[in-house]
Design a protein around this ligand. Sequence first.
Ligand code: PNW
Length: 470
Amino acid sequence: APSLLTEGRADFPAGFVWGAATASYQIEGAAKEDGRGRSIWDAFSHTPGKVAGGDTGDVACDHYHRYAEDVRLMGELGLHAYRFSVAWPRIQADGTGPADPRGLAFYDRLVDELLAAGITPYTTLYHWDLPQALQERGGWADRDTAHRFAEYAELVHARLGDRVAHWTTLNEPWVSAFLGYASGVHAPGERDPAAAFRAAHHLLLGHGLAARALRAAGAREISLVVNSAPVLTPAQVADPSAPVAEADAEAVRRVDALLTRQFLDPALRGEYPAEVLEIVERHGGLAHLADGDLETIRQPIDLVGVNYYNPCVVESGPGEPANPAWPGTEDVRFCPAEGPLTAMGWPIVPTGLSRLLLRLAADYPGVGLIVTENGAAFDDTVDEDGRVRDTRRTAYLDGHLRAVHAAIEGGADLRGYIVWSLLDNFEWAEGYRRRFGIVHVDFGTQRRTLKDSALWYRDVIQRNGVLEKA
Ligand code: PNW
């Protein structure tokens, strides 16, 4: 029989959750409305030279005002789930104190609109927009931020918890810590590896404190979302069973420890990988790890959300220049992407997703998995007839859904698939020039247009599967 990884009809299990995702700073706009405070992304995007084209999230998709229209689009697509994040500075302008009722009221309206349309809200509490006032006290490099985060989480849950069952504490702590504090490509734009490791630990501590508080308040399902990827040698990308030299295997283990195990081992097993502890000792030391932290971090959680875009390809490279996002890998070569690329320059490797899911299922038994982000940026334009012919996105999604299907067949406890993104939006350091949406947004007029991939996704959801050919 032909492998369903490339063709043939693939049906998903009954109850499989189909969704689409966004994040507050990337879509909301209304940056100064209803008491919203400044976040680190307001400060960063308004600093010349940080974001392509000088773009900011001041207006973005104007979703703050157009949420009802956007929920209508979700309804047209037949989405089961919508994954969105709450902007912390709308709830607490400076990150402390009582909740601003105006900020809470926005998410209250959004949740009600979703429920009325039959769409299940998946709420992420932190998708990178830290209140700037907390950054001025050290941000995630400071331990107190973890406690502030747990308080904020309780405030949001107190208002939405009667209607929202699915709660994610953090989105992609690796990106927050290492692009924010080590490479400086993201807010707050620091370049201090020791601060990045402290940030990673305090993000985990915030996750644990918030998960404990959410559970005590009755939250039904709690998850942590990580950006993960299989770490492979160049030969393994093409041939999974290609032999790996010991020096390359060691490079692979170290990068995997930093990317995935640094977060999932503490959260699910209550321990840091030895490779990470060894690197942290050489980058600022371990003094920020307090007694009891790992017990706090290891809270029972229901799901791990997996954001996957492409594999991470490395080999041993003695004498390589340091890669600022990866402290402790000075002798590792991060290999340039090969083969077909998206507009981000990211390689398209669907089998990376099945490998990743099967590996996580094997290494972290007892926790459910859900793909919380997967998708691709391409240079989409609206044709004269009003259509957006994004055939490469449809092919990307079709291939990755087949990989998801293969992982389920292989035994992974995979609950759903959430595409990134519902809308073209503010793509962080890349600004608006990188379009990940299945819905096109004209940022001049705010007009939304369903791309061909959105219409295809609607049919996938309807039949709960992919057809012979996309
Ligand atoms: C994720 N990297 O970000 C985020 O969760 C989304 O907000 C974002 O829009 C999406 O992926 C597409 O980029 C990442 O450099 C950003 O490894 C950068 C990296 C990974 C994930």
